[in-house]
Design a protein around this ligand. Sequence first.
Ligand code: MOS
Length: 694
Amino acid sequence: MPLDPQLTGAPVVRREARDKVTGAARYAAEHTPPGTLYAWPVPAAIAAGRVTAVRAVDALAVPGVHTVLTHDNAPRLAEPDDPILAVLRNDRVPHHGWTVALVVADSPEAARTGAGRLLVEYESTDHDVILTEDHPGLYTPEEANGGFPAVRRRGDFERSFAAAPVQVDATYRTVPLHNHPMEPHAATAWWEDGHLTVHDSSQGSNAVRKSLAQIFGLDPDRITVHSEHVGGGFGSKGTTRPQAVLAALAARHTGHPVKLVFPRAQLAEVVGHRAPTIQRVRLGAGLDGILHAVAQEVVTQTSTLKEFVEQAAVPARVMYGSPDSTTVHRVAALDVPTPSWMRAPGEAPGMYALESAMDELASALGMDPVELRLLNDPAAEPDSGRPFSSRGLAACLREGADRFGWQARDPRPAARQEGRWLLGTGVASATYPVLVSRSAARAHAAADGTFRVEVNATDIGTGARTVLAQIAASALGVDVESVEVAIGSTDLPTAPLAGGSSGTASWGWAVHKAASGLADRLAGHRGPLPDEGLTTTADTEEETAAGSPYARHAFGAHFAETAVDSVTGEIRVRRLLGVYAAGKILNARTARSQFVGGMVMGLGMALTEGSAIDPAFGDFTAKDLASYHVPVNADALDIQAHWIDEDDHHLNPMGSKGIGEIGIVGTAAAIGNAVRHATGARIRELPLTPDRLL
Ligand code: MOS
C-alpha cells in the first residue's frame, strides 16, 4: 500500500530524546549487575614483535585487583574468523596498541592502577609503518572493500589521455583519520546457566552475537546481545570489536559480570582508522570540457592481520562519463592497526581527490566548475552501462548554485579580500551507493488499539526508532504515537547493522512488509481482537535478493565559502551548503541532522582532523581529543542542508535512499576548492592546516 506522505516526510521528534537528555537511556557501560568487575585493557608498547613476559606481582598487589589475564592464562577459545578479535591468544604483537593483557578489579580505578603497575616485557622486531607511493610491499589485491574489483579498465586510457588537449595530472594525499564516537567502545557481559548476555556498544548486535557464538563455540540461542542506545559509531562499531570478546572472556574466567570501556586514548589503535591514501588522478578533456579520459590510482595501507582496501577509486566509476578510464587500487600490509570503516569509506577520500581534480580541470579550461560537472553528467552509469534508477546530480548542482548565490562569483583566484582575509568559494559533487540488506520484522496489534513493531535495528544517534514508527504507522494508517517500537536486541527479529547508509531501507522494508500484512489482516477481521492481539512477521529475503537492473546511487552537491587569514594561514568556513537527491526523505528533522552531521565531519576532514604514525615507535601521534581535533561549534558556522524529493520506484516501498554518509562526501574538496579560489594556492594534502598555506 502507498505510504502516507504526510506521515513519512514529517519532522517527527526523535522518540528517545527525553530519555537521552535526562540520563534515562542506558548505554552499554551503564548496566551494573550485582558483583560486577571492571576490566582495563593493556596496550602493546611496541609495533612488532612478541611478549616475552608479563610480570603481574605488583598489579595483583593493588587492593581490589582480582586477576590479570594474558595469553598465558586466558581461557582457550576458537580462532576467530576476524583476526582483530584474536586477543590474548598468543604472544605475537601485530601492531602498537594491540591488547596484550587485561586487568580485572572491583573498581575501574583499581583496574587502571593495576594496569599501570603491570610489567610487560617484549622482544621487538623491526617495524614498517610508513606508507609511500613506491613502497616495495605494494600489491594489487583482487578486490577493494565492498567486493568491488580492484582494477577496472574501459577503453584505452593512456592513448586517450596523451591525445587530450587539456590534461590534469595531480596527486592527492589523505592522512589517517580516527572515529571518535561520543560513547567509547564498551561492553558489559555476564554468564548465567551457560547463557551469555552482553550489552555492547555496536552498530548491529546480530553480528556481535554471531562473532561470540563462533569464538566461544556456542549456539547463538545461548547468547543475547543488546545495543539499546549507542552513542555514535561511524563505522567503527560496524564490526565486532575486542571489548565484547574480552568482557565475555573475563566474565567466564572470573564468574562475575565484567564491564570494559576502552579508554579514549586506546581507541585509535583498537577500533580501526580511515586508511591514509595517495591518489593520482589524471583527467583528459577536449577544449569544450568534455572528458575523454579519467584515471584514478589509489595507494593505501592495510595491516598484517587482514586485508582492508579503502575503495577510493570506486566513485570515479559512477560519477562522470568518459570513453577511456582506468581505476586501480594498490595496498601495502604494514605493521599498523587494521584500518576499518569510517563514514563513507571509499567515497570520502576518493571524492576528495576526484572533485579536487575536477576543479583543477575547470581552472585549466577556464570553465565554471558547476558547468564542467553538468557537461559531464552521464546518461548511464559509466562503469556498468546500466541506467540510473534516478540521478539528481544536475538538479542538486543547479539548486545549490541558486541557493548559494554561485552565479555572482568572480572566477579569478585571490580576487576578493576583506582586510587580511582572502575570500573564496568552491563546489564539489557527492555520491553514495544505495545499499540494502535482508531484514526480518514483527508487527503486533494489541487488543487495546495500540501497535508494537519489533526489529533488531540499532539507533546510533540517527533516530531509527522514530522513522520506523513513521513507516509502520503509515502502512497501518494509524497515528504515529500509537506505535511502539522495540529495537536494539538480539531477542528481536534478526536485522542487519546500522551501516552503509542502509539501515532505514533494510529495516524499514521489513517493518513496512510486516505492518502492511498486519493491516490486511485487521481489515479482514470482524469483531474485537482476541486478548493476545494479532501478530504478523515478515522477512525481506526475496525482495532484497532480487537486486536491480538499475544503478542506484544518491547524489549531492556541496558549496563552501572560506576565508583565509593571509597572515596566519587560518581557514574559516563561513558557509557550507549541501543539496541532496536521496530519494524520499522520511523524516525532515532527523535527516537534516544526519546531512549536517556528515558535512561537519567533512569540515573536520578538510581542516582539523588528522593523525600520523610515528616512524620510530609505530604508534598514532593523535590519540585523544586534545590532539585529534574534531570541529567544535565555533568551527561550524552557517551550515545548511537541503534536498530534492525524488520519486524513485526502483528502491524500496518507502522510496528512500540512504542519507547517513553522503554529507561527508566531497565536502573536503568543496572546501579545498574554495581555499584555492580564495588564495590561488592549490594544496593537495589534507588537512588544510595553516602550516601548509604559509
Ligand atoms: Mo558506516 S562507515 O557504513 O558504518
